[in-house]
Design a protein around this ligand. Structure first.
Ligand code: ADP
Ligand code: MG
Length: 348
């Protein structure tokens, strides 16, 4: 589709690598006090701080992690930043800088890269992050985008995956499964479009689902909310591959088991109605649908009253002994062993 629209567009070859880098980075402002030197030299310079440094990277590949036929490039830019910020927030830290590396084929005109960077810039502005560097190269096919986020946290505030304790409560922020259903809706519209390109889709019933898929927000607010409640999580992880898969990581690394209650899983009403329409089991979707970018964490059982009833959080279960394994307690009070069916792109 992009090829057809390229007549009045600027080719990347015309601009050259340095022209392109200059063009896409010149509107980014540096705002973090720890950014001493951003884009423009051989390396960025960041001021050392008393706190510990958090570093995380994700690589997103066209056709594996996203499909440009329904993922606008601006959203892709935004989401690539969110995916990384989410990992910093999952350590209970704050993010300050990112680097962005891209490989693009000549099928993309300058205007496409501008769109991508408009999304990256919106993410930087919204989350108060500086873009401090990256790399730009060509690819033979498609687009790859790799973001590295740099953050910090006080040593005593950092929360790992491997420190959940028996009897801890298991908590998730927000709700689950919407991003996966958003993807199902977009996939379906893509198929409809192939058959009848004039069809105008009516997506009103799916706005939340599509937004969760195309414009996820990383939970920057959770660290502050927990501080206010005087709750220090005992372990934490972000939900990128689905609840089951993340519980599996958390429990395996902490050498514990868990019990999760089906009736406690937080579901948006749009998730429930879309599950009926797609004939999907909403529990399966909550457990195995990926890309929610919510936080999953454990807290001491004594913090029950501080978390209970807070609209940002759902207590979905508790940690058990390792030999109990990972159990889902269904509405019918049956115990089912959880499997780590993640959002495994390697299997796709
Ligand atoms: P080098 O040859 O040293 O790798 P580059 O010419 O690749 O330098 O990059 C010049 C400057 O532009 C560096 O500060 C680099 O971090 C930055 N940069 C390069 N590509 C990107 C990009 N896609 N996004 C943001 N900054 C970039
Ligand atoms: Mg370079």
């Amino acid at each position: 589709m992009l090829e057809d629209k390229n007549q009045n567009k600027t080719s990347l070859a015309e601009l050259g690598e340095f022209g392109l880098i200059d063009h896409i980075t010149k509107y980014f402002k540096v705002e973090q006090p720890t950014t001493i030197k951003g884009v423009g030299d051989d390396a960025a310079v960041l001021a050392a701080s008393e706190q510990q440094t958090l570093v995380t990277t994700d690589l997103l590949v066209e056709g594996v992690h996203f499909d440009l036929s329904y993922m606008p490039l601006k959203h892709l830019g935004y989401k690539s930043v969110m995916v990384n910020l989410s990992d910093v927030y999952a350590m209970n830290g704050t993010a300050a800088q990112i680097t962005v590396s891209i490989a693009v084929s000549n099928r993309f005109p300058l205007e496409a890269i501008e769109e991508l960077y408009a999304g990256i810039q919106l993410a930087c502005d919204t989350y108060k992050i500086d873009l401090v560097g990256g790399d730009t190269t060509s690819s033979t096919k498609g687009i790859l985008i790799s973001v590295t986020a740099i953050g910090k946290a006080n040593k005593e505030d950092i929360v790992f995956r491997n420190t959940a304790k028996e009897t801890d409560l298991i908590v998730v922020s927000g709700d689950l499964g919407a991003a996966y259903l958003g993807l199902q809706v977009l996939e379906r519209e893509k198929q409809v479009f192939k058959v009848n390109p004039n069809n105008q889709p009516d997506l009103d019933n799916y706005t939340y689902l599509i937004e969760r898929q195309l414009k996820p927000e990383a939970r920057k607010d959770i660290a502050g909310l927990l501080k206010e409640l005087e709750v220090q999580p005992t372990s934490m992880i972000d939900i990128s591959d689905g609840l089951s898969s993340e519980l599996f990581h958390l429990c395996t690394q902490s050498k514990v088991g868990c019990k999760i209650y089906e009736d406690k899983l937080p579901l948006d009403p749009q998730v429930i109605s879309a599950c009926e329409e797609f004939e999907l089991d909403s529990t399966m979707v909550a457990l195995s649908g990926g890309e929610d970018y919510e936080l999953l964490f454990t807290v001491p059982i004594g913090d029950f009253d501080k978390i209970k009833g807070n609209p940002n959080f759902s207590i979905i279960g508790h940690i058990t002994e390792e030999n109990q394994g990972l159990q889902l307690i269904t509405r019918a009070n049956q115990e089912i062993e959880l499997k780590a069916q993640g959002w495994n792109t390697m299997k796709a």
